[in-house]
Design a protein around this ligand. Structure first.
Ligand code: BGC
Length: 413
């Protein structure tokens, strides 16, 4: 596959695979009485059919996560069957002309990273174990995978785990822990970036170009009279850019940036006011209506143009939309959402932003973490009783919108 613009869909392991029993989320669901992920979408058995659908939608890329806890269910113990299953997913992508975009950490940890005195990402021993794991990933899959997302949404992960109490370990307003978790994630990213380049560069010198970057959740914060002194705007900007400033900027480390691209997960803009923060944390009632998703997230396509532009101005690294989508069970909002956000992406490109790809969240409906299975983000509907997949009108629209934009070359048009 050459350097074509990547038109893809995004997924993550815990949300679709099913039976992720060695993960911290599996235990957290039980401890908190959340909807059990159970067999989820049974992607484990059905990945071939799902990749067929991804191809039929006209995409040329597929983003998925490799679940660390599957391939290393106990510290130092490798599960060969699980490793072979990920081989099959990677090969299945390649056989269908889909560039595999592999995420190395998408919100889950092996449960053992929280046992016997280990405290998740705040723990240097866990970070070191992750980097060892990434070295193994590089040697196993680096001959075929060249797009890696290191950490998915480190800002959301730190906040949801230690401030909002909705991700494991369920900490509430533990500011120090959130900071330590975020710092651990920066270290994990930097270690993973170096490990991938070292191992893949040494094993396959002169191989294809490697693309390693984080996927950062960016919210556009709209000015509000309630933001006295701009405090929320400033906090929002830190939420958006602290991680990428520490990893993607030219002065991020003494040896420069530790990213080849910046992944942007963009879903919404929010007014910079205390109520938005409370809503964002899930502590205030949601809004609903045509301009909001089923999760009460305000729809604001222009924010995508702005987010891509800001990432480009800050880091001068190619950017990729690693997630963008809407919870919409009726599929009445999604077609307009999709169209408007792709137009927003076009505008960013016309303004000179070097955008390399767009991955829609998500290919199929899936488990929305603590929210359970009710929010529907899929271009493809999943009937959870039968696990039958049905392409939504928005899925067919995506295909047409991709066709309209082809052939699309890398970088600005
Ligand atoms: C996450 C996904 C999630 C999606 C919708 C992102 O925050 O990376 O795991 O399902 O957005 O909330």
């Amino acid at each position: 596959m050459g350097d074509a613009f990547l038109w893809g869909t995004s997924t993550s392991g815990h949300q679709i695979e099913g039976d992720n029993r060695h993960s911290d989320w599996w235990a957290f669901e039980r401890a908190r009485g959340l909807t059990p992920s159970g067999r989820a979408c049974d992607f484990r058995a059905r990945f071939g059919d799902d990749l067929d659908i991804a191809k039929a939608l006209g995409t040329n890329a597929f983003r998925f996560s490799l679940e660390w806890c599957r391939v290393e269910p106990r510290p130092g113990h490798r599960d060969d069957e699980a490793a072979r299953w990920y081989d099959a997913v990677v090969d299945g992508c390649l056989a269908r002309g889909l560039e595999p975009v592999m995420t190395l950490s998408h919100f889950t940890l092996p449960l053992w990273c929280r046992r016997e005195g280990r405290v998740g990402w705040r723990d240097p021993a866990v970070v070191a174990a992750f980097v060892r794991h990434v070295r193994w990933v590089a040697s196993r899959y680096g001959d075929r995978v060249r797009w890696f997302v290191t950490i998915n949404e480190p800002n959301v992960l730190a906040a949801a785990s230690h401030l909002a109490g909705v991700f494991p370990p369920g900490g509430l307003l533990r500011v120090g822990r959130a900071r330590a978790c975020h710092a651990g994630l920066v270290q994990a990213h930097v270690g993973a970036y170096r490990a991938l380049h070292e191992v893949i560069g040494a094993r396959w010198p002169g191989g294809r170009r490697l693309w390693v970057g984080p996927a950062q959740h960016v919210v556009r914060w709209r000015p509000s009279w309630a933001d006295v002194g701009g405090v929320i705007q400033r906090a929002g900007a830190r939420f958006n850019w602290a991680f990428t400033d520490a990893t993607c900027g030219p002065d991020a480390t003494p040896s420069g940036p530790t990213a080849d691209f910046v992944g942007i997960n963009y879903f919404m803009a929010q007014p910079a006011e205390p109520l938005s923060l409370a809503r964002f944390m899930g502590w205030a009632p949601r809004r609903w209506g045509a301009e909001w998703s089923d999760l009460g997230w305000p729809i604001d396509p222009e924010g995508l143009t702005e987010a891509l532009g800001e990432a480009w101005r800050r880091y001068r690294l190619p950017v990729m939309v690693t997630e963008n989508g809407v919870a919409d069970v009726s599929d009445r909002v999604r077609p307009a959402y999709l169209r408007a956000h792709l137009e927003a992406l076009d505008r960013a490109q016309r303004a000179g932003v070097d955008v390399r790809g767009y991955c829609h969240w998500s290919l199929i409906d899936n488990l929305e973490w603590h929210e359970g299975f009710a929010p529907r983000f899929g271009l493809v509907q999943v009937d959870y009783a039968t696990l039958r997949r049905t392409v939504r009108p928005s899925g067919r629209l995506y295909r047409r919108l991709i066709e309209d934009r082809s052939p699309m070359k890398t970088g600005s048009r």
